[in-house]
Design a protein around this ligand. Structure first.
Ligand SMILES: Cc1ncc(COP(=O)(O)O)c(C=O)c1O
Length: 498
């Protein structure tokens, strides 16, 4: 029944038109191979091994400039704090920090990493719904800005500050009716956010300097951004009139959409999965550019402050996906081909699956063959990963020039939420190579099999086998330091963050 409907449904739906390779500055050489900065991607894959994350430093430079430069007509720039969790690769983080971008961290580990990378404490924002008292204490001692996630944290952080003998610099995370709430922040509409400010403002151990609001749901268009900012501007006015509180800092979080990644609706996913209907990218020009986003954020608050006759607050942004998403691509190869199967589709087994490309499951990520494909007929494929589970499907139905074993593909926009969600499920995690013009830098080496068992010391395994209680493992600094040490000097040689 389903296979009878397939051609009908497919024919009734629009056909995919691939996003242009030029959006990522990719070009084809005379032999038809995909290149970046005149470097053949197929050659990179052959040199460094597959799968491989490729980081495009030129695109990263462009994105950084878009965020940190003073927007036309604005009084001042926004201050930029990169959301560590979106791509916590030390070389990427160091590069950002060397170019006027601070750190937004959400865990003890990320706080440790920012300090380890030499980020000045006043260039770190500590967010998150679940932080250990030890990490909060460290943040207070160093003067890191802590955004209190909820009312219950007021007491905890004030107590820590009292013990440390230093006022804690804090903001309060608030939520609007538009985006995430749940475990994040205190609600503006319910009045809880106002109560939280009232209480925190009275505590002598807290220096209440900021309001923080991360919408969560992506901000892709001007109306979406305006609606979000209007809620915040109204809340700031209410804080002023009800509590006489004027935060020195307004932190609008992250959430700016990536122009070349499209969230997929359930229906799109179902139609693609069951009937082979094409997945469609949204037109990139419909999504706010980084520069436009920054300009709108700055002008909205500057306008509101002019009307209220108050000084402009410092404006913080915490981009994740918009800063690094399109700076990376995941290169991979076809490991195996199987004709027939579900939906009568040919199955192509890639060496990248949900283990390292999880976001592809519910977002449109453009896919390009790396080699010349002239003359090969186009065929629909189910592109799956190498993990031995039916859940390892990346592209349920995707039409491509006929594939052969060993063919190479690029999954675009792997620079946000690929690396942090990656697991070592049956396969080691890939290397990351940065391309700076035509120079290649290994910034993270491929995980080895030894790495995968590094924490399983033989002594402890045998203890469990003997049925005794397991002992805590001794501290092992080797893994922690290895990736940091792999940062090439040239990549971090830019002037330090001021
Ligand atoms: C508090 C906070 N700030 C910034 C970000 C980055 O978000 P995005 O990658 O959508 O820009 C996140 C992501 O969840 C977040 O929770």
């Amino acid at each position: 029944m389903k296979s009878a409907l397939r051609p009908l449904v497919r024919a009734s739906r629009p056909r995919r038109v691939d996003l242009a390779e030029a959006l990522w500055r990719l070009e084809r050489d005379e032999a038809g191979f995909l290149t970046l900065n005149s470097v053949r991607l197929e050659g990179l894959l052959a040199r460094w091994g597959s799968p491989l994350h490729l980081l495009d430093l030129k695109r990263l430079d462009e994105n950084i400039a878009g965020f940190v430069e003073v927007p036309a007509g604005a009084q001042a720039a926004c201050e930029v704090y990169y959301s560590y969790k979106s791509n916590p690769v030390p070389a990427v983080l160091s590069y950002l920090h060397a170019h006027r971008v601070g750190a937004e961290v959400i865990s003890a580990y990320e706080l440790w990493l920012a300090l380890r990378l030499g980020v000045a404490p006043d260039q770190i924002i500590f967010n998150g719904p679940g932080r250990t008292p030890e990490s909060l204490r460290l943040a207070v001692e160093r003067g890191v800005l802590i955004h209190l996630n909820n009312r219950e944290e007021i007491d905890l952080v004030a107590r820590i500050a009292h013990e440390v003998g230093r006022r804690a610099r804090v903001g309060i995370r608030v939520t609007t009716a538009l985006g995430w709430n749940a475990q994040f922040g205190e609600s503006i509409p319910s009045g809880a956010a106002m109560e939280c400010f009232r209480e925190a403002d009275r505590r002598l151990d807290l220096d209440l300097v900021a309001v923080h609001c991360h919408q969560g749901k992506e901000l892709g268009t001007e109306p979406q951004l305006h609606a979000f900012l209007d809620h915040l501007v109204d809340f700031l006015a209410a804080l002023r009139s009800q509590l006489r509180v004027e935060p020195e800092i307004v932190d609008v979080g992250g959430g700016l959409a990536s122009r070349t990644v499209t969230p997929l609706s359930r229906i799109d996913q179902e139609l693609n999965q069951r009937f082979g209907a094409d997945l469609l990218p949204r037109p990139p020009e419909e999504v706010l550019s980084i520069r436009r986003y920054v300009a709108l954020v700055a002008s909205r608050f500057e306008h509101a402050c002019r009307l209220a006759n108050i000084p402009r607050p410092r404006i913080y942004v915490e981009p994740g996906r918009a800063m690094t998403g399109d700076t990376q691509m995941l290169l991979c190869r076809v490991m195996n081909l199987k004709q027939g199967g579900a939906g009568d589709l040919a199955h192509a087994v890639l060496d990248a699956g949900v283990n390292i490309a999880e976001p592809v499951k519910n977002r449109y990520h453009q896919l390009f063959p790396l080699g010349p494909n002239g003359g090969r007929p186009r065929k629909p494929y189910r592109l799956v990963g190498p993990i031995c589970t039916p859940m390892d499907v990346l592209y349920p139905s995707w039409t491509l020039p006929e594939l052969r074993r060993g063919d190479a593909l690029a999954i675009m926009d792997s620079g946000a939420y690929f690396v942090p969600f990656a697991t070592s499920f049956s396969y080691p995690q890939p290397a990351i190579v940065a391309l700076d013009r035509s120079k290649e830098y290994l910034v993270r080496r491929r995980e080895t099999f030894d790495d995968m068992v590094d924490r399983d010391l033989p002594g402890e395994v045998s203890t469990i086998v003997a049925g005794e209680e397991s002992r805590p493992s001794p501290p092992d600094d080797r893994l922690r330091h290895r990736t940091v040490d792999a940062v090439p000097v040239e990549l971090v040689a830019a002037p330090p963050l001021t």
